[in-house]
Design a protein around this ligand. Structure first.
Ligand SMILES: [Zn+2]
Length: 688
């Protein structure tokens, strides 16, 4: 679950802003020793056993300012700078060639329309007029249901990227059903709120955020010429609060077992009255679908009931606002600025928006993922890196299997299924085997609003076309040009995009200590997701099936409880602790993944120690590479949002995973009494 190694914020705005540009280049920031470690990042005045994150990264944290247009910086940011520099170089060549056909023409048109804010400002609301007129014309609940249906897109993902956020009333995700092996169907998920999570609508701590959100709604509607923007904002806020009340919690969303109910079309209509489902599904191009995975089975009936009970005008205001807010990045300046002021500054603490050419680059790369991805890997991903990573994956899978075999408490039947599962994992390295065909996609050089909508619609059509067909276990869920990695539980597969296979995670010229501590731990993390508290519920075929003996599952759960308690103790901001339960699957994957990567590293060097380099032993370099891959510096607003809504613990605490590995203690002479010291029986061992 939340299989990715790092979750990028879900809002369309933040996604388009995931790149970077500052004065320091990626090259300068990652210049390290011959061993790959950034010696200059370390703070040797810190005792490693007291604060390993600061020992590894303290000087970098102290000396590196967060650029005004960034919410945080760190290892992922540095790798992303390289991705962005490469993409810019690619785009410069494409734009210079003035292509008139094929993928390059799509890229050039998308970029040119997006970057031209003068034209966007001049067009005003004209590109959105048809959408707004259609909303204004809604006269009854049947038309409202159809309007809601026409907004649905493939914009949520409970299993792979664990993205639970959409401003539309429902999100759609298409893959094999959790209890229907071999059969792909649409997952119906809760949505409809503009704040990052349901608790933002109720928590006393968030009163100021709510006030600013309401102000944002008012500003947007004012810019759209609403006669009574304040009154509409009140109605929208009231409706969204009811929607949030209907929502399941983040912990519930992350529980696959709760999300496994399959409803027929008839059951959907019976269990969730209030919506005219025929109108909604027809408008969503799902009119002939007979089976749905009711992922948020408890919320769906409540959301449907609200469609029936809440005044039509409130829904129309809500539809119009979200249409404008979700497309604000391609609307005139008043909309763009208001959107950034709320989502960028209020919620993430970022003072300044990124330059428009960089936003255009990243928006194009997100909208045309395979077109840009193919060009990207052709130029920037060497076959040698692919081969090297594939070898590391095999070694870490072998190390993981060896650990499973050595577990003394586990029944042979449980072990056998676990081993079968690890052997069956399909591993994608760098890029997918097949690329998306974009023929039929209309991208104009002068309509950024239409382009953004068309690209999302084409993606949606691609996804819903899979319904009823067998699942492709080699399907990719991340573009090659994304600094991230992902485990796909129903496919029993992993994706390692090309853009993460660079420093500070991977350096072809560094030795095994560095690479296994860096990208090796990430590989181990993704493999281990197949065996975290969510992944362990799926069998080797990707079906949600219990393959555990009860006694084994009790032991596994107890180890998870201990790890949750360990993370509950970490204080991210004064009074704000990490949520050990919300982040459990990620933390299990970190512990088990680091352990497997360590074993694979020891096996790769033939059991003897590597020579000392830069005054560091091989084991010291392994653990330092790990902690430096989690280097991070975040604005407090961003840190707060991550702790409240994200399934991943903040990176500075993920670096402390080392304290659960026995080998870390002798490597840094960690002694009882030091802050991170854990007695051997308190170190959490999961999967050996
Ligand atoms: Zn993960």
């Amino acid at each position: 679950m939340k299989k990715s190694v790092l979750l990028i914020f879900a809002s369309a705005f933040a996604l388009s802003a995931c790149g970077t540009q500052t004065g320091t280049t990626a090259q300068e920031q990652t210049q390290g020793s011959e061993a790959g470690i950034n010696l200059a990042w370390m703070d040797k005045s810190v005792v490693p056993g007291d604060d390993f994150f600061s020992y590894a990264n303290g000087t970098w944290v102290k000396d590196t300012p967060i650029p005004a247009d960034r919410s945080n910086i760190g290892g992922f940011y540095i790798a992303d700078q390289e991705r962005e520099k490469n993409t810019k170089e690619l785009f410069d060549a494409i734009l210079k060639a003035k292509p008139t056909s094929g993928n390059d023409a799509l890229i050039a048109n998308y970029y040119n329309a997006y970057v031209n804010t003068d034209a966007i400002d001049r067009a005003g609301l004209a590109p959105a007029k048809a959408d707004l007129d259609a909303i204004a014309a809604i006269a009854d609940k049947r038309a409202l249901s159809a309007a809601i249906g026409s907004t649905l897109r493939a914009d949520t993902d409970p299993l792979n990227a664990t993205n639970f956020h959409t401003e539309n009333l429902f999100g759609i995700f298409v893959t094999q059903g959790l209890t229907t092996p071999g059969e792909q169907l649409p997952y119906l998920m809760q949505g409809g709120i503009g704040l990052p999570g349901r608790e933002y609508y109720f928590s006393a701590d968030e009163a100021e955020t709510r006030a600013k959100y309401k102000q944002y709604i008012t500003t947007v509607l004012q810019a759209a010429g609403y006669a009574d923007p304040q009154g509409a904002a009140n109605r929208i806020m009231d409706l969204e609060t009811r929607i949030a009340q209907a929502h399941e919690t983040a912990e519930q969303s992350n529980d696959f077992k709760l999300g496994s109910q399959v409803w027929t079309r008839q059951q959907l209509e019976q269990k969730a009255p209030g919506i005219d489902w025929a109108s909604l599904l027809n408008a969503a191009q799902l009119g002939s679908v007979q089976k749905f995975d009711a992922y948020h089975f408890a919320a769906i009936p409540k959301l449907a009931a609200l469609v029936g009970s809440e005044p039509l005008q409130n829904w129309k205001d809500w539809l119009a606002f979200h249409q404008l807010s979700s497309q604000a990045n391609v609307l005139p300046k008043a909309f763009r600025d208001a959107n950034f002021a709320f989502y960028g500054t209020t919620l993430a603490g970022t003072p300044q928006q990124r330059p428009r050419d960089i936003l255009a680059l990243n928006a194009t790369s997100n909208a045309l993922q395979d077109a840009v991805g193919k060009a990207y890997v052709d130029k920037y991903f060497p076959a040698s890196s692919k081969a090297e990573i594939q070898k590391m994956v095999d070694n870490i899978k072998a190390a993981f299997s060896k650990r499973v075999k050595a577990i003394d408490w586990m029944a042979p039947s449980t072990k056998e299924e676990a081993l079968k599962k690890v052997q069956n994992i399909v591993v994608g390295v760098g890029y997918p085997d097949t690329w998306r065909d974009y023929s039929g996609l209309q991208i104009a050089a002068d309509n950024a609003y239409a382009n953004q909508k068309n690209a999302a619609l084409v993606e949606y059509k691609h996804q819903i076309a899979k319904i009823g067909k067998p699942m492709d276990r080699a399907e990719w869920w991340m573009p090659p040009q994304l600094v991230n990695a992902v485990n796909l539980p129903v496919q029993n597969a992993l994706n390692f995009p090309a853009a993460i296979l660079v420093k500070p995670f991977f350096d072809p010229s560094a030795d095994a200590a560095f690479n296994y501590g860096g990208i090796g731990a990430t590989i181990g993390h993704e493999i281990s997701h197949s065996f975290d508290n969510g992944g362990a519920l799926f069998d080797a075929q990707g079906a949600l099936r219990n393959w555990w003996t009860p006694a084994d599952f009790r032991k596994f759960t107890a180890a998870g409880d201990a790890l949750a308690a360990q993370f509950d103790q970490y204080e991210a901001l004064p009074g704000l602790h990490v949520n050990g339960k919300l982040t459990l699957s990620e933390n299990i994957a970190d512990v088990a993944g680091l352990a497997a990567a360590y074993d694979a590293y020891r096996a790769a060097i033939g059991g003897k120690d590597l020579p000392v380099k830069d005054g560091l032993t091989g084991d010291q370099r392994f653990f330092l590479a790990y902690a430096q891959s989690w280097a991070v510096k975040s604005r407090p607003e961003t840190l707060r949002q991550i702790v409240l809504t994200n399934g991943h613990a903040p990176e500075q605490f993920r670096a402390l995973t080392v304290r659960n590995l026995d080998a870390w203690y002798p490597a840094f002479s960690v002694k009882p009494g030091q802050k991170l010291y854990l007695a051997p029986d308190k170190r959490v061992k999961i999967w050996g």
